[in-house]
Design a protein around this ligand. Structure first.
Ligand SMILES: C[S@@+](CC[C@H](N)C(=O)[O-])C[C@H]1O[C@@H](n2cnc3c(N)ncnc32)[C@H](O)[C@@H]1O
Length: 233
């Protein structure tokens, strides 16, 4: 199936604007310290599916989340003993919220940046790179996967959740909307593939898939989430 793509700077601007708007509408209730979540969530069905064990033993590991939003999952991971954790998000208001909410959790570097650009400019390597409906869903994986691979330490793990493309849909970029509390709709750009499409992408970018989990989402409308773990080949 043909893959459609957009200019990445357009994706970045459009997606950052939408997620900044979401963060600003939530600010009054979320700009304060929170209790660290007891579980890591990989899907939109809290309490079901895998938790942090999907990442393996992260003690002493260098971990980065690409598209951390308000940082709930990374706050949980940071309590498991990693050497270094980086929470990266393209939307500066999301990063500001994460920093405020998890200031009491030591060792997290909250950073504003676009995932592909950040990794391309970085000289750090990571033992674990993960993303939950984050950068691997919102930006072109043909561009992001090589950058992830370059910055993964030997034997390092890539783990991510994306929504699956609808059956028969064209793979690649599609435009959707986030609806604010005011009813205003903000466009966002996704990159959607089905499970076979993701297996093909990962193989072409020299990742070996370890786990591939297909989860129905809560709305019962046939939407599916795909959770993958993979290592550099
Ligand atoms: C659905 S939220 C992620 C939720 C979060 N992973 C969690 O588990 O709570 C998507 C996030 O990805 C961020 N994002 C989208 N494209 C990105 C990119 N190219 N680089 C970094 N962050 C990105 C958005 O700003 C937004 O905060």
């Amino acid at each position: 199936m043909t893959a459609r793509r957009h200019d990445r700077t357009v994706d970045t601007r459009v997606n950052a604007a939408a997620w900044n708007a979401i963060a600003r509408q939530d600010r009054t209730s979320t700009d304060r310290a929170e209790v660290v979540p007891a579980r890591m969530e990989w899907t939109h069905r809290p309490g079901t599916g895998p938790g942090a064990e999907l990442l393996g033993d992260v003690r002493g590991a260098r971990v980065i989340e690409l598209g951390c939003n308000r940082g709930d999952n990374l706050a949980h991971v940071a309590t498991l003993g990693p050497a270094r954790t980086v929470g990266l998000d393209v939307a500066e208001d999301c990063v500001a919220q994460a920093r405020a909410r998890w200031a009491h959790v030591p060792g997290i570097a909250w950073t504003t940046g676009e995932a592909g650009d950040f990794l391309a400019a970085s000289r750090e390597t990571y033992d674990v790179v993960y993303s939950i409906f984050g950068a691997l869903w919102y930006t072109d994986p043909e561009r992001l996967l090589p950058r992830v691979r370059e910055r993964l330490a030997p034997g390092g793990l890539l783990a991510f959740t994306v929504s699956a493309a609808r059956p028969g849909a064209l793979h690649g970029a599609r435009v959707d909307n986030l609806t604010l509390g005011t009813g205003v709709r903000m466009p966002v750009v996704h990159y959607a593939y089905d499970a076979a499409g993701w297996h093909d992408l990962l193989a072409r970018h020299r990742f070996i898939v370890e786990r591939s989990i297909d989860v129905p989402t809560r709305d019962g409308a046939g939407h599916r989430a795909l959770v993958f773990t993979a290592r550099a080949a």
